[in-house]
Design a protein around this ligand. Structure first.
Ligand code: ADP
Length: 270
């Protein structure tokens, strides 16, 4: 009887836009807003103690030689986990922001090619540690400008390249390709020759905290949030992100940005 009553109540609640929180009935929009605010506040509050922990670990690092081998190992683990926590809080904050910010706020015209070139140059450093090369392929003289959030586009490419590096073996090649489709859309493809993704995981890949191999992702410093942020960024720019992959052969992530997010040079009209 109680279960039946709860079901009826839930049906009424969802039909009227209300959700049960504690004892009160709270409108769903207000409930979600509170959740977003909580995530944003919690991530923000976590930053300070994490920075302090990081600074403390660095002080210990300076005295590393004086520590016994076991303590050196513990210190190394601590440092890795602190970095992962910092990343996690930053990513949660990014998601909370993207959930609460109105779309198109902070949009401006910038060179997409320049954004890609800058991030590729930056990612060549971690890639070189695994002897991985990153090639950039696209029209040499690209007069196309991108109308959107340059920081977010930067973050999107960072996530895709970071994954491509993480899930590739040493010595592999990564390719970033840009071109315009026949329909006039801007296409960006990030291809790696890494471990690939099983077909059954692909539909869930862009969900928050979804990881194909949790242990592997953890070991590589992953959080399972990167692709959900990538998805949100592309979605907010009116585009689409998709993946084709073959286990053992590699993956290609494709972003299609609509023509409306592309501007010809010297045309700053929106
Ligand atoms: P993570 O922080 O775990 O990398 P992401 O949200 O960025 O989280 O990615 C989710 C999962 O998708 C990863 O854990 C990994 O299993 C898989 N994945 C993402 N990119 C690639 C890639 N380029 N090659 C193989 N697997 C990938």
């Amino acid at each position: 009887l109680l279960a039946g009553f709860t079901l009826v109540l839930l049906a009424v609640a969802s039909a009227t836009g209300y959700v049960l929180a504690g004892r009160a009935m709270v409108p769903i929009t207000r409930y979600f807003k509170r959740q977003q605010e909580f995530t944003a506040d919690a991530s923000h509050e976590l930053r300070t103690p994490l920075s302090i922990l990081q600074a403390s670990a660095e002080i210990l690092e300076e005295q590393k030689q004086q520590l016994p081998p076991l303590h050196q190992k513990v210190l190394q683990h601590m440092k890795e986990e602190i970095v992962r926590m910092i990343r996690l809080t930053e990513q949660l904050l990014a998601l909370a922001r993207s959930d609460s910010h109105p779309p198109h706020s902070g949009y401006a015209v910038s060179s997409l090619r320049q954004i890609i070139r800058t991030i590729v140059e930056r990612m060549k450093i971690p890639a070189s540690k695994k002897n991985i090369t990153i090639a950039m392929i696209g029209p040499a003289a690209d007069s196309l400008k991108f109308f959107g959030d340059a920081d977010q586009m930067n973050q999107l490419l960072y996530i895709l390249l970071d994954n491509a590096i993480k899930y590739s073996s040493a010595g592999e090649k990564i390719m970033v390709q840009t071109f315009r489709s026949e329909a006039g859309d801007m296409v960006i493809k990030v291809t790696d020759h890494g471990i690939g993704i099983p077909a059954e995981d692909i539909p869930n890949l862009f969900e928050r905290f979804y990881r194909v191999d949790k242990a592997r992702s953890r070991e590589l410093g992953g959080t399972g949030l990167g692709l959900s942020i990538a998805y949100r960024i592309v979605e907010m720019h009116g585009g689409k992100i998709s993946v084709t992959s073959e286990p053992g052969k590699g993956s290609t992530f494709e972003i299609v940005l609509p023509e409306s997010s592309i501007k010809k040079e010297n045309n700053h009209d929106q």
